[in-house]
Ligand binder design. Structure first.
Ligand code: ADE
Length: 417
């Protein structure tokens, strides 16, 4: 039933999944509890996530909880085929994902995943929910709730909720503190640099490195590029974020002012055409463009194609566009998420917290979904807090406790100096 590259790849996937498992203690603990308590017994889950070894461990934990699962990719270039094979061969999970799948196959895989007739949907970018609302509305009444992993997906869902079209409650996993403060900042920060370096092997030290967007991901990318000695410039549209970048010590300016000097440009905004035709016209020869936002819309790819006199794949994950005047612009990973297209995504250690939020949100939705309205909800505070505690414990870090007097002081408005 599954549609994957090749089941024979499974043995290679096994080691990768096990390696990730050893660095996901919180998900591991949840999986063990789930296998005793079976909170997801008989629950059908449709999941659309990057098919990586970290995702495999989330799927295994859900399965231990009794769930029946179908999984498809949330990006055509992020699937680890050997991991997909192992999930199918060894874990009893139906997978519809092949690295490099074309647009048509990508959407067919979403449709096949929805054939499970889900009680829960789990998204990274809201493609499942969007498809249910646009093409498979017959499925909506059966869905108790959904979860959403990423900033871009949460933005889409908030507009659906604002327009009163959302048909079931969704938990914005992205908005949990134990998700965005760590995954978006340290995960994207490290894995974006990893993707750029694996694709190009450039020296970051001394390079002019432009980060478009200073959300949690942009903050992480800028911080790590600076740590490698790059001269980082931040471009923003939001005055607060621009101010924050300034006080974090970065030069902040409109993109148009840094075009002729930038060696590397990275987009991380969630919006389209952040780097547009007029920008390509002014970039220097050899400029490198990468996207770290969810969709491949942040760099105007059609515009770049239209301007190019020539295009060739100069090495794995680098497309070299030569413009009429001979300048070359290098696009990494087809303008898709560079950390997943050219590297392996975020490290397991940080995905541990993101996916603990996913697993516990599923459990919560099974228990409470029927009492919720068709809105976008935060991950309950106690779940977020618990994940932080478990992560600290797994790292062997102890922290102080408030004394009863301190607790009293904090809750009293009468006590002052
Ligand atoms: N998103 C970013 N990194 C990821 C990873 N390693 N696995 C799944 N989703 C991701």
């Amino acid at each position: 039933m599954s549609h994957i590259k090749e089941e024979a790849l499974a043995s290679r996937g096994e080691g990768r999944i096990e390696w990730a498992y050893s660095m996901m203690p919180v998900v591991r603990g949840i999986g063990k509890r789930f296998s005793r308590e079976k909170p997801l017994k008989g629950v059908r889950i449709a999941a659309c996530l990057h098919v990586t070894s970290e995702t495999a461990n989330l799927m295994r934990a859900l399965k231990e909880g009794g769930a029946d699962i179908r999984l498809c990719a949330s990006n055509p270039l992020s699937t680890q085929d050997e991991v997909a094979a192992c999930l199918v061969r060894d874990c009893g999970i139906e997978v519809f994902a092949i690295w490099g799948e074309d647009r048509k196959t990508y959407y067919q895989h979403i449709q096949s995943t929805l054939e499970i007739n889900p009680h829960l949907t789990m998204d990274d970018g809201a493609d499942l929910i969007f498809t249910i609302h646009s093409e498979r509305s017959d499925l909506a009444s059966n869905v108790v709730g959904g979860t959403e992993e990423t900033t871009t997906g949460v933005m889409r869902l908030r507009s659906m909720a604002d327009e009163n079209v959302l048909r079931y409650p969704v938990i914005a996993v992205n908005d949990a503190a134990t998700k965005h403060l760590f995954d978006n900042r340290y995960g994207t920060g490290q894995s974006t640099i990893d993707g750029i370096l694996r694709a190009t092997n450039i020296l970051l030290a001394g390079s002019s490195f432009v980060v478009c967007g200073y959300g949690w991901c942009g903050r992480g990318i800028a911080m790590r590029a600076r740590g490698m000695g790059a001269k980082v410039v931040v471009c923003e549209v939001d005055p607060l974020r621009a101010l924050e970048a300034t006080m974090d010590g970065y030069p902040v300016m409109p993109l148009s002012e840094i075009l002729s000097q930038g060696d590397v440009f990275v987009t991380s905004t969630g919006d389209r055409w952040v780097i547009d035709r007029q920008h390509f016209e002014l970039m220097k020869d050899g400029a490198i463009l990468a996207n770290a936002g969810h969709f491949n819309v942040e760099i105007n790819l059609e515009g770049l194609e239209a301007l190019a006199a020539k295009k060739r794949k100069i090495r794995e994950n680098i497309e070299e566009y030569t413009l009429e005047d001979g300048r070359r612009i290098n696009l990494l990973g087809e303008g898709r998420l560079v950390n997943l297209a050219a590297a392996e995504g975020h490290p397991s250690m940080v995905m541990d917290m993101s996916f603990a939020n996913q697993a516990l949100s599923c459990e919560y939705l099974v228990r409470e979904g029927k009492t919720l309205e068709n809105k976008v909800y935060r991950v309950p505070q106690n779940i977020d807090q618990k994940i932080a505690e478990l992560k600290l414990r797994s790292m062997g870090i102890k922290i102080d406790k408030l004394t009863p007097e301190q607790r009293k002081y904090l809750s009293s408005w009468k006590m002052g100096t």
